[in-house]
Design a protein around this ligand. Structure first.
Ligand code: EPU
Length: 419
């Protein structure tokens, strides 16, 4: 069993430059979009994280050929050989659901396992299914699988009851090859959704309303190949920004898009971090005093749920009480008990975590239960006295490229051990 060990870094000051990788949540739909064409899709700035290898294995099973050289990926689905995403694949990564819309649009048939439970909340996929049904798909749920079939999808008006990122992405991809016009309302406006739409437009899709909550798609008969650069990972960037603020650091983050981080930057400013913004970079400096504040997660451009756990660590070091409200997922507080093992004072009441600061943290053995929880435990380990051992590191590998190496270069004493 692999663990991450962070050693006695109390008083650590992180310093240096860190290059932020491409966004996990942008590359996954971009890879799924290659299902929509026989031609080659080329993606640059691909982050080398486990979820990418998981979706590539799934795509290979469906019939794709790909070549990954460094951070550049060429992928082509000349012929769809299978229409199935198995339970094993979907259980390993819920985003496997992203093949449902494109498979159905290109091949007329898809069999995708129902994702089931998840560490951060109930996460149903009813909105994906209802949308595809409105576009003419016959969908049945049997033996834990979604069976979807259609001769050709047709355009429809779909209003999402709730904003859903992968739900919006699935329906945009499906609508790109549907007959006629699809109007999607109450869409998720995350930059990852817009980036997917940009790729689809390069492939020949007719889409209006990029980045807005109403997206109009005129279906076309065929899409072609395209080259696309994956946008920077705003959550990886946010995680390093918190590291800088937390460890009295002086960090320069490069290859980022500060415009995607406005709410996070605003919260860091309120916390007292120094921020110096360039067109594709941000310098963060952390001071001795961190200020408490309340935070409520919401869909973009609000404060991202994927940064909630990392900010909770920052608030354990702020003077005073902070109330953190999680509105996106119903069980995304699994890091709280682990942070308490390290000495944090946090109470959970329904969708709120009440953080009492400032408490010194002391190293202990802890368990990571999901990707962002594991990022928060690494951040906590950086300021905890003594040694912190983090179990469940497979979660961090899903979404952070080389996090230990990046932190080591900034001065952290962090390593991966077996045992
Ligand atoms: N929802 C429904 N029905 C649906 C779909 C969603 O009720 O059919 C609910 C969910 O249960 C949740 C809310 O809508 O309460 C929003 O969920 P959403 O569908 O937007 O989440 P997602 O698309 O499954 C993506 C990211 C997550 C990120 C969320 C929210 C990808 C691959 N995943 O998930 O990323 O937390 O959006 O921004 O894009 C992560 O990277 O650690 C991660 C979990």
């Amino acid at each position: 069993m692999e663990k991450i060990r962070i050693s006695n870094t109390q008083g650590l000051k992180l310093e240096g430059t860190v290059r932020i990788s491409g966004a996990k949540n942008a590359v996954l739909p971009a890879i799924a979009a290659s299902l929509l064409t026989r031609a080659e899709v080329r993606l640059d700035n691909v982050p080398l994280v486990k979820d990418v290898y998981t979706i590539l294995a799934l795509m290979k099973g469906l019939g794709a050929d790909y070549d990954l050289q460094g951070n550049s990926l060429s992928i082509a689905m000349k012929k769809v050989l299978s229409d199935e995403a198995s339970y094993e694949q979907v259980r390993a990564m819920r985003a496997s659901i992203l093949v449902l819309g494109p498979l159905l649009a290109r091949y007329g048939k898809a069999t995708v396992a129902l994702p089931g439970g998840c560490a951060i909340g109930s996460r149903p996929i009813d909105l994906h299914i209802h949308g595809l049904q409105k576009m003419g798909a016959a969908i049945s749920l049997e033996h834990g699988y979604i069976h979807a079939e259609v001769s050709r999808l047709h355009g429809a008006e779909v209003e999402f009851e709730k904003k859903t990122v992968t739900g919006t992405e699935n329906l945009v991809m499906a609508a790109a090859l549907a007959e006629g016009e699809t109007v999607l309302r109450n869409c998720a406006c995350e930059p990852e959704v817009s980036s997917l739409c940009e790729l689809l437009v390069k492939m020949g899709a007719r889409i209006e309303g990029l980045g807005q909550d109403t997206i109009r798609i005129q279906g076309v008969k065929e899409l072609g190949g395209a080259s696309h650069k994956i946008i920077p990972d705003r959550i990886e960037a946010g995680t390093f920004l918190v590291a800088g603020a937390l460890c009295r650091g002086d960090l320069l983050l490069t290859d980022i898009e500060p415009g995607h981080l406005e709410t996070v930057l605003e919260k860091l400013r309120i916390a007292g971090a120094g921020l110096d913004l360039g067109p594709d970079r941000v310098r963060v400096t952390g001071g001795a005093d961190i200020r408490s504040q309340d935070i409520t997660t919401s869909s973009y451009p609000g404060f991202p749920t994927d940064m909630q756990a990392q900010f909770m660590v920052l608030m354990t070091q702020a003077q005073g009480t902070s109330i953190i409200t999680e509105t996106i997922f119903d069980r995304r507080f699994s890091h709280v008990n682990e942070l308490m093992r390290l000495g944090a004072s946090i109470e959970v009441s329904g969708d709120k975590a009440i953080v009492h600061g400032k408490t010194p943290l002391s190293g202990a053995e802890v368990m990571a239960t999901d990707l962002r929880a594991s990022a928060s435990l690494i951040l906590a380990g950086l300021i905890a006295g003594g040694q912190t051992l983090i179990n469940g590191v497979e979660h961090i590998d899903r979404g952070y490229e080389n996090i230990e190496a990046k932190l080591r270069r900034l001065g952290a004493n962090i390593e991966r051990i077996t045992g």
